[in-house]
Design a protein around this ligand. Structure first.
Ligand SMILES: C[S@@+](CC[C@H](N)C(=O)[O-])C[C@H]1O[C@@H](n2cnc3c(N)ncnc32)[C@H](O)[C@@H]1O
Length: 249
């Protein structure tokens, strides 16, 4: 399905150029959290909302068998292109993480995705889906951005702008964020402008994002690691044996 957000469709090819992440360092931390809970290399992981596949690719390089799922067909195409013929232990498919079918995987990674999931019912569906996917004793690693830190930062710097020279031309990405404190939502206006062959074209898009409450953690965002200790049929979002919350840089 064509995602209406240009970031996830027309400009899927530029996603990693515009959003820089310390993927290797983060995957080292993710792998350490998994190993501490018995999910060792060779285990199966589902990268829910895998985007361009950069986390899935790095975790498969570390020996995990990873299935990346994303609802954007363009991002999945980009993930497959980046993965090349890397490994039969790595696969990508288009799918909705809210309706993942039952399976018996050792871990679920959900990075940078839940702030896109606005409605409470949809968040509940996402957690129910993660519970269906995980085996008993499986591990869920997720992150969310927090309202307080985001509000402070976006109040100060509502405008984000990045320009990159690409083989398709000069690309400028701009986003302006407006805060809505009562609902803890952000109204984001994004523009991609591509200059190529003496021509300039722009794509505008507006959407809403949600932020979470701080609940005792600090920093710009937070990652949680949850081990599920009940059979999948009885999983609820409360069924957890241990939960670790770690501030992100
Ligand atoms: C901010 S990107 C993060 C991508 C990747 N996890 C990363 O960190 O590079 C959020 C991703 O979640 C995906 N996504 C959002 N809602 C989804 C859903 N319901 N089902 C599948 N993918 C979803 C988007 O298509 C997008 O690729």
């Amino acid at each position: 399905m064509k995602d209406p957000r240009p970031f996830y469709s027309e400009f899927a090819w530029a996603y990693d150029l515009l959003i820089d992440r310390p993927v290797q360092k983060e995957c080292a931390a993710i792998a350490a959290w998994l190993v501490e809970r018995g999910v060792v290399p060779g285990s199966t992981l589902v990268d829910s909302g895998c985007g361009t596949g950069r986390y899935a690719i790095e975790l498969s390089r570390r020996g995990y068998r990873v299935r990346g799922i994303d609802r954007s067909a363009d991002l999945i195409e980009e993930a497959m292109r980046c993965a090349g013929t890397r490994s039969p232990q790595l696969s990508f498919e288009v799918g909705d993480i809210l309706t993942l079918p039952r399976s018996n995987d050792d871990g679920v990674i959900c990075r940078g995705v839940l702030n896109d999931v606005i409605e409470e019912d949809d968040r509940q569906s996402a957690f129910a889906a993660f519970a269906r996917v995980l085996r008993t004793g499986g591990v869920l690693i997720l992150d969310v951005r927090e309202w307080e830190a985001t509000a402070e930062r976006k109040d100060r710097e509502p405008l984000f702008r990045k320009r990159v020279d690409t083989d398709r031309g000069r690309l400028t990405f701009m986003s302006v964020t407006e805060l809505d404190p009562p609902t803890r939502r952000l109204l984001v206006r994004e523009t991609h402008t591509l200059e190529a062959d003496g021509r300039e074209r722009s794509w505008d898009y507006e959407f809403v994002m949600r932020r979470s409450g701080r609940d005792g953690s600090s920093g710009r965002g937070c990652a949680a690691v949850v081990s599920c200790d009940t059979p999948a049929s009885r999983h609820t979002t409360q069924s957890r044996r241990d939960t670790q919350r770690t501030p992100l840089n």
